[in-house]
Design a protein around this ligand. Structure first.
Ligand code: 0WD
Length: 254
């Protein structure tokens, strides 16, 4: 479709071809958008560069969200190359995998702060930097998980972070709404990615969702990508501050 024709957007959080961000980038490119990708460090650059080439996407450089100078460099590059942007995808999260197992109560202060910094504050810092570059009708999208709403085994501090991320979406929606910019989240069902492999008993969680969700299966990155198209395109121009579930309906029964 030509749904995203004439639109340009930055997609952050592609680590490899299993990343949710990659599913979203592909769906947007297929719908006619021009894409820019960031990568975190040289190790991931090797993975992300060929993926960028596959989409004819701009490689907007290294970005580690804990280093504001790298965020700034990415947006300066986009401003120089494109001037304005129409959408932004934030698909970034991190926590020490030793704390994504066992009890939440054992979370360390240091990992709590780091998890919140990378998985929550990063959306706000990127939104602030992107706001002046966004065209009227611009759309920002982040990725969350049901562990924000209900206690999920082993999700622990990441569940607390996702709850804060979802609240951030609502506050950002108000702040940026007066400039015609929308901010939403997709709450994806479990998908086997690099980040997910750090979560204890992840295979069990996948199976549990398969057996118990209304659709009796898990979701794919292509399905998350297609749902993202709605929130990133003008189809959803009346929607902001929303958390939309793409989880085979699991949240209705879980
Ligand atoms: O089941 C799942 N996989 C779900 C993931 C269900 C629901 C939501 N999500 C969320 C994640 O929490 C995350 O917010 O989707 C988002 C994307 O995650 P993903 O696609 O599952 O995982 P992955 O392909 O690993 O991409 C996440 C990337 C990092 O990869 P690694 O695995 O190397 O940590 O986030 C990026 C990095 O590329 N990232 C950072 N980027 C910039 N600065 C940083 C950082 N400091 N830390 C991580």
């Amino acid at each position: 479709s030509g749904l995203m024709k004439g639109k340009r957007g930055l997609v952050m959080g592609v680590a490899n071809n299993r990343s949710i961000a990659w599913g979203i980038a592909k769906a947007c490119a297929d719908a006619g958008a021009e894409i820019a990708l960031t990568y975190q460090g040289d190790a991931l650059k090797k993975r992300v560069e060929p993926l960028a080439n596959e989409l004819g996407a701009l490689l907007a450089g290294h970005c580690d969200v804990t280093d504001p100078a790298t965020i700034d460099a990415v947006f300066s590059e986009l401003e120089a190359k494109w001037g304005k942007i129409d959408f932004l995808v934030h698909a970034i999260a991190f926590s020490d995998k030793d704390e994504l197992t066992g009890r939440y109560v054992d979370t360390s202060r240091e990992n709590f702060a780091r998890t919140m910094d990378i998985s929550v504050f990063s959306l706000t810092s990127v939104a602030k930097r992107a706001e002046p570059l966004m065209n009227e009708g611009g759309s920002m999208l982040t990725l969350t998980y049901y562990g924000a709403e209900k206690v999920m085994p082993h999700y622990n501090v990441m569940g607390v972070a996702k709850a804060a991320l979802e609240a951030s979406v609502r506050y950002l929606a108000v702040d940026l709404g007066s400039n015609g910019i929308r901010v939403n989240a997709l709450s994806a069902g479990p998908i086997k990615t690099l980040a997910a492999s750090g979560i204890g008993d992840f295979r069990y969680i996948l199976k549990w969702n398969e057996y118990n969700s209304p659709l009796k299966r898990t979701v794919t990155i292509d399905e998350v990508g297609d749902s993202a198209l709605y929130l990133l395109s003008d189809l959803s121009r009346g929607v902001t501050g929303e958390v939309h579930h793409v989880d085979s309906g699991y949240h209705t029964v879980g």
